[in-house]
Design a protein around this ligand. Structure first.
Ligand code: NDP
Length: 253
């Protein structure tokens, strides 16, 4: 049972990239806290599977964040079905690990187009809707510790997430007086289905050794912050970029 301060009963939450990993987990967490969930991603089959697992109200919409048309269609549907939404979890993301010398424009654009332009597109449509209706809301951008520090072979990902950090702060500044709060979660290395195998390899194990807590995070360890930022418990917070990383950002130089 969710403590009252984090209760989301009556709220509508849009989650992008809900078809796997963290987005799937966030959907369950917000649903358990009482929110009506809008599940969105390209793999609609996965979303429908997840919908069957959720006990509360949820709706499935196809979304490709790299397409203006797809984002526009989603918000037309949201307006029609719900009037608007209260919470956006801007989570959809991709990676394409390459050495900088092997990075080409196609790979760079793929990552930037999803992780930064896609996040902008969805956040812009969401906040335009709230502004038009003079409604408050909470945007939670899923950044990364790589938006605050760099790592090997992750140039485009780190640049996109750093952009997302500044997008978060700029939006927070300009939207504060309209009651729209914009914050970011910067996860460190969190164990999900798709990285499980990698972290068992020798290289993966050496990454884990660089984390002061000497372990990966669990999806559930993001729940407290997610519920804090989504709910009125964080009503005086905006523009905050909060790492959840087992101390990774404070590892010694
Ligand atoms: P996954 O690959 O499991 O999930 C990524 C999600 O993004 C999928 O649901 C995918 O859905 C969706 N997505 C990708 N491209 C698009 C697109 N064009 N349009 C709509 N949805 C899209 O990865 P994670 O769960 O690990 O990552 C989720 C977020 O968390 C990302 O932003 C990532 O950068 C961030 N993050 C993850 C960390 C980790 O350790 N796992 C650490 C730090 C940050 P579909 O393919 O169905 O469209």
């Amino acid at each position: 049972m969710t403590p009252k301060i984090f209760d989301l009963t009556g709220k509508v939450a849009l989650i992008t990239g809900a078809s796997s990993g963290l987005g799937r987990h966030f959907s369950k967490t917000l649903s358990e806290a009482g929110a009506t969930i809008i599940l969105s991603a390209r793999r609609v089959d996965n979303l429908m599977e997840l919908q069957n697992e959720l006990k509360g109200n949820s709706h499935v919409f196809s979304l490709d964040v790299t397409s203006n048309e797809s984002v526009e269609n989603l918000f037309k549907e949201i307006k029609k079905e719900f009037g608007s939404a209260d919470i956006l979890i801007n989570n959809a993301g991709v990676n394409d690990t390459r050495k900088f010398k092997d990075l080409d424009e196609e790979s760079w654009n793929f990552v930037l187009e999803t992780n930064l332009n896609g996040a902008f597109r969805v956040a812009k449509s969401f906040t335009d809707l709230l502004l038009a209706q003079k409604k408050p809301g909470s945007v939670i951008n899923i950044a990364s510790i790589l938006g605050l520090r760099v790592g090997l072979n992750l140039t485009s990902y780190a640049a996109a997430k750093a952009g997302l950090v500044q997008l978060t702060k700029s939006m927070a500044l300009e939207l504060a007086r309209s009651g729209i709060r914009v914050n970011a979660i910067a996860p460190g290395y969190i164990l999900t289905e798709i990285n499980d195998d990698f972290f068992k390899t020798e290289e993966g194990q050496s990454y884990i050794k660089s984390i002061p807590m000497n372990r990966l995070g669990l999806e559930s360890e993001l729940d407290g912050l997610l519920l804090l930022l989504a709910s009125d418990a964080s009503s005086f917070m905006t523009g905050s970029i909060i790492p959840v990383d087992g101390g990774h950002l404070v590892n010694p130089l």
